[in-house]
Design a protein around this ligand. Structure first.
Ligand code: SF4
Length: 274
């Protein structure tokens, strides 16, 4: 299982320090479109911060997150140990050797720190093949705190979904550290909607939703979010979000679950297939 531990360790260290050139390009594009001077200034500072972090291999944010790991496990893979232990060991080593802040409380009420950033939140899906794909995302507390799941009903429809998303982002203001990536899970049930919202945050920012209804909603929501005036880090401006990504799943005839998972500008995720 050592190769899984090693992979998780490398992905966690890389994700925290290296936002990636494509994300910087997204920020540069946003900078060209941003209407407010203070908004431009904030985006410039984020670009500078992320560039220094990449060059110096230092974390881009003091909040190094709770680690979320998506595993796609091939049916033909035979593991000889505990997958969850191997992943958590990789997290432990990365946060120790990378001097990354330990951000996990032992207990939600009594608190205390686990002191090694474990456990991660680990999702495993079985898929055809003989490979393991690991996608790892250190998720910051500020943007996660402003996320929610709401059980709407079918009659709320698209207008109800939009109202909920816009209200959530407007009242979150600067707390989730915009510019945001807005991951939305529609359908499933309470927990499924949250999981697919998180998965939506792993999508390529430039991809186009293959479902035309969702593609249109993503585009409309992005435009409407960027008229809210929240702006970069909540200081005002036209760049409140860089992208809206919606994943959907069939749901009960009585329900319209909506999960909104906000991702801050420290949009960290890395993947590798082994
Ligand atoms: S929400 Fe994101 S950018 Fe803000 S402090 Fe947390 S990790 Fe850092």
């Amino acid at each position: 299982m050592n190769f899984i531990t090693q992979t998780v360790k490398e992905l966690a260290m890389d994700a925290n320090c290296n936002i990636g050139k494509s994300f910087i390009d997204e920020l540069r594009e946003a900078l060209q479109k941003e209407k407010s001077e203070i908004g431009k200034n904030v985006i410039e500072q984020i670009i500078e911060n992320d560039t220094i972090a990449m060059e110096n291999k230092e974390p881009m944010c003091q909040d190094t997150g709770m680690v979320v790991v998506f595993v796609e496990l091939g049916y033909d893979v035979h593991l000889t140990g505990d997958l969850y232990d191997a992943i958590n060991e990789g997290i432990r080593q990365a946060y120790h050797e990378g001097f990354l802040r330990k951000s996990v409380a032992k207990h939600p009420i009594t608190r205390g720190n686990t002191n090694d950033n474990t456990p991660g939140v680990i999702h495993v899906k079985l898929v055809p093949g003989e490979n393991i794909k690991i996608t790892l995302a250190p998720k910051g507390g500020g943007s996660e705190n402003m996320s929610l799941v709401k059980m709407l009903v079918p009659s709320d429809g698209i207008e109800g979904i939009k109202k909920l998303v816009l209200h959530t982002i407007f009242y979150a203001g600067g707390k989730p550290c915009p510019p945001l990536i807005v991951g939305i899970g529609l359908g499933g049930n309470l927990e499924k909607s949250a999981q697919i919202a998180k998965e939506a945050l792993m999508r390529d920012l430039k991809d186009v939703n293959p479902d035309p209804v969702l593609a249109k909603l993503e585009q409309e929501l992005l435009e409407e979010i960027n008229t809210l005036g929240v702006g970069p880090m909540g200081f005002g401006g036209s760049t409140t979000a860089l992208a809206v990504k919606i994943n959907a799943y069939p749901c009960h005839i009585a329900s319209l679950p909506v999960a909104i998972n906000l991702q801050c500008h420290a949009s960290r995720h890395k993947e590798r297939t082994i």
